[in-house]
Ligand binder design. Structure first.
Ligand code: BDP
Length: 716
């Protein structure tokens, strides 16, 4: 462990290289993200336009022009000229303000595009038009077109594509502190160089904006939800405005996390009571100042009365009182409040129930510019959780999902685990709120409820590391989040393939082998960490390795693994059924009855909802203990298979990235074994049963594993 921690620290320290947008780089080191591979599909050769028709000028059009010229020139090795008068054989990019382009489209189809949608259509004279209502929509269309050239198997000479995003606001949440550290960040220090701002502008800001715009992300919350009040000081707002200026032509709005106690901490008031006239005025004045400095500021993200953060409960007020007070301050400028539902209290008997218990009574009490930001699961970004019971149930309040792209509980940036499958499983889960087929996607994207705002957020996995995300394959998690935020119906297997082609290679064997690995990778992590619905077995605080035995004097019980697995001589698992904490009652039927009955409950969630005897017979005829051993070992075998697959692809990938990924996969195998042995040996002290001999023999001894102390420096 120590050596690995040291290596990670060294990597962080040496990884200060900057990156410039555009093609033509010499060294392939991951800094170019999904813009790395400039191969063109043979089928698309004839799609090269003779001209680029761009008649408008603006900062965004300059980006469109540069992207098209750079990419067409690199992909086709041809100097494609930009023209201002339409000629046959042109790729035309513009907005509905250009009447010579709109004649090919009906008013209604253009109207349906909204702010960000676009159409790409081949019309007469061999002209292809990318049209949108806004310049940003045209930029999204441009990136889509370039991606098609790079990845599509189709003939691109006759296009007719209509794209409208699923969510209006597609945000990254950065848990970045003002001192440059990143909470739960595993890719180096924060991108935001607060000390150098506003005078010095890192080139990474633009590279970041470009990467986000290319996948449709249109908002960034720059600072940690555990927010320093200082971010609202004028000095910091001036720094934020510089970042906002870089982001603006890419269509990205800046948002900030705010500390509810700001009026007292930096405003000199005696308290932060949301009912106090002075406090209300303080926020109004602050909002006015913010919008003077950053006219298109997006709004606030708030973590209140959660894990020690201040909030309206401190003054006997509700979350609605607090959120509405901030919403009123932002309302004149079009700003929104994203108020987090991540609240729980060590006194409650089941952490998984508390967010629902606290927020359901407030349903319908929030202003229209408040949106409640809800984590995908009821506990905390575990490798697998059921959906949070608030989705679909809070029918009179707008909700947005919060996903975690950074892998706090899935092996940091050391393990390959593609989160597309996790995100998709969550989005596709049926809440049954209004009958069948009211999935999380549909209850959050405006298809079921008449939401005034639709939004989705992902906690970013981005830092100053050369490859941005710590693991080359972790870039795919940023990518797939953006793609699903744009279209929550996409196949994540297709997204994985598209990402592999743009990031590594078009080689069919490579793409099919590694997309298979990616698709299986999250389930492998579930298997070797927390199979069958187990959760939170990670070490206290850092959440990295296995510590199911962990007991810390004075620590909150709901932060310790024993609270969650409840292993004893009888069996294993948390009884949340109607005979236990009755968390199942928070779900709509038939989910409630299905989760309540161990025979009906999906096996993946069995020990989430039930405490079952060691000899409990599963549907496949095996007893719980045997199945547990089997799943832990399967996870190890899967990780070994990933390593073997990668090793067969050596001649298909550049040497640097090949070796870096190879090293990480070797670590993953070692640590999968560590997880398997630790959990199986520990649970064996309760089950008192042998590990089936045909499965595996532990490599470690439980006493040795218990002595391992994880180096917390690894943590940031
Ligand atoms: C937990 C993290 C903690 C965050 C918290 C949150 O361990 O660092 O501050 O969530 O989301 O997952 O507020």
């Amino acid at each position: 462990m120590y050596n690995k921690a040291l290596i990670v620290i060294l990597l962080v320290l040496v990884s200060t290289s900057l990156c410039t947008p555009a093609t033509g780089q010499t060294k392939i080191d991951g800094s170019q993200l999904w813009f790395t591979n400039t191969e063109l599909n043979a089928e698309t050769i004839k799609a090269c336009p003779d001209y680029i028709y761009l008649s408008q000028k603006s900062e965004t059009y300059n980006i469109i022009k540069k992207e098209l010229q750079d990419n067409l020139n690199t992909l086709f090795n041809k100097d494609v000229k930009v023209i201002k008068k339409l000629k046959p054989g042109s790729l035309c990019v513009g907005t509905t303000a250009q009447k010579n382009l709109t004649t090919y489209f009906s008013d209604s189809e253009l109207k349906e595009l909204g702010n960000d949608g676009f159409i790409i259509r081949t019309v007469k004279n061999n002209n292809t038009i990318i049209i949108a209502n806004t310049e940003i929509g045209a930029l999204y269309g441009t990136y889509h077109y370039i991606r098609l050239l790079q990845t599509s198997k189709d003939d691109l000479v006759n296009l007719n594509i209509v794209e409208v995003p699923s969510y209006d606001r597609r945000l990254l949440n950065h848990w970045d502190n003002l001192n440059g550290t990143v909470e739960r960040g595993y890719a180096g220090h924060s991108l935001w160089q607060w000390d150098e701002l506003p005078a010095t502008i890192s080139p990474r800001y633009e590279a970041y904006a470009r990467a986000n715009a290319s996948i449709g992300i249109n908002g960034s919350v720059l600072n940690n939800v555990n927010a320093s009040p200082d971010i609202l000081k004028t000095e910091y707002l001036n720094k934020v405005s510089v970042i906002a200026k870089v982001f603006r032509p890419y269509g990205i709005k800046v948002y900030l996390s705010v500390n509810f106690a700001s009026p007292s901490v930096i405003g000199g008031l005696s308290d932060a009571n949301p009912k106090s006239a002075d406090v209300i005025q303080w926020w109004k004045d602050k909002a006015k100042e913010i919008y003077t400095i950053i006219p298109d500021f997006g709004g606030f993200l708030v973590k209140a009365n959660s894990e020690g953060q201040p909030g309206p409960n401190d003054y006997g007020c509700t979350h609605a009182d607090g959120a509405n007070m901030l919403a009123d301050a932002l309302q004149p400028y079009g700003g929104i409040v994203m108020w987090r539902a991540f609240v729980y209290n060590p006194k409650g008997n089941d952490r998984a129930k508390q967010s629902y218990d606290e927020f359901m009574p407030l349903d319908g009490q929030f202003r229209s510019n408040v949106i409640i930001q809800v984590k995908n699961g009821p506990v905390d970004f575990q490798p697998r959780e059921p959906i949070s019971s608030l989705f679909g149930q809070m029918k009179h309040t707008t909700l947005m999902p919060e996903l975690q792209i950074t892998k706090e509980y899935l092996g940091f940036s050391d393990h390959l685990s593609f989160l597309g499958t996790l995100f998709k499983e969550f989005l596709d889960t049926d809440t049954y709120t209004e009958g069948r087929n009211t999935t999380v996607s549909k209850v959050t994207d405006g298809s079921v409820f008449n939401d005034s705002i639709t939004a989705i957020a992902g906690v970013a996995n981005i830092g100053l590391d050369t490859n941005w995300c710590g693991h080359h394959f972790a870039q795919a998690n940023w990518y797939v989040f953006g793609k699903l935020a744009w279209n929550n119906q996409l196949s994540v297997r297709d997204v994985a393939k598209e990402w592999l082609m743009q990031t590594f290679s078009h080689d069919e064997d490579f793409v099919s082998s590694m997309s298979r690995v990616m698709m299986e990778s999250r389930e492998a992590v579930v298997n070797y960490m927390t199979p069958l619905g187990l959760h939170h077995l990670m070490g206290w605080g850092h959440h990295y390795g296995p510590e199911p035995w962990c007991v810390i004097e004075g620590a909150r019980p709901d932060w310790l693994p024993t609270y969650y697995h409840k292993a004893d001589s009888i069996g294993l698992g948390f009884n949340r059924s109607s005979t236990g904490t009755n968390a199942v009652a928070q779900y709509a039927e038939p989910l409630k009855s299905v989760y309540d009955d161990p025979k009906l409950c999906p096996e993946e969630l069995l020990l989430w909802f039930h405490h079952l005897p060691w000899d409990y017979e599963l549907n496949n005829g095996k007893d719980l203990w045997t199945e547990l051993c089997y799943r832990y070992n399967l996870g190890v075998e899967q990780a070994q298979q990933f390593e073997e697959t990668w090793n067969t692809l050596q001649n298909k990938v550049d040497m640097d990235r090949f070796k870096e990924v190879q090293q990480k996969l070797a670590t993953q195998v070692r640590e999968a074994i560590w997880w398997r042995d630790a959990c199986v040996l520990y649970f064996q002290t309760f089950s008192d049963r042998p590990i089936p001999h045909e499965l595996f023999k532990p490599v470690h001894k439980l006493e040795d594993l218990k002595k391992l102390k994880f180096n917390m420096t690894h943590h940031n």
